[in-house]
Write a protein that binds this ligand. Structure first.
Ligand code: ZN
Length: 116
């Protein structure tokens, strides 16, 4: 994937996240029940309230937005596509699936573990 394509995809993801965050913020203020958010049957028995769910989705969208903005900054710096931890090239397939990926899979697994 070339840099221009990566930038375009990241900007699309960022815009989409901006919309989601705006909608969720609005939904959260006006409709704490977020009635039209699709209910996952697997969660039906959980004790998370709808507003907790909206909160969790909002937090995830904001966290991903930070990663996307970081990736766009790395494009500007010229370091995009390299693992921020070990400097190895992040495999093409991983960037296709997740253009905001900052680490190769090995470093990502270690990073996730260290934060648990
Ligand atoms: Zn790495």
């Amino acid at each position: 994937m070339d840099i221009a394509t990566a930038r375009k995809r990241l900007e699309e993801v960022r815009d989409e996240l901006d919309r989601s965050v705006a909608v969720l913020n609005g939904a959260h203020q006006m409709h704490p029940l977020v009635a039209d958010y699709p209910q996952d049957p697997a969660d039906a028995g959980s004790n998370l309230s709808e507003s907790d769910r909206a909160e969790a989705i909002l937090a995830a969208a904001k966290a991903r937005r930070v990663l996307v903005l970081d990736a766009l900054a790395r494009i500007d710096e010229g370091s995009y596509g390299r693992c921020v931890a070990c400097g190895a090239e992040v495999p093409e397939g991983r960037l296709e699936a997740k253009p905001e990926a900052a680490r190769c899979l090995g470093c990502q697994v270690k990073w996730d573990r260290s934060r648990r």
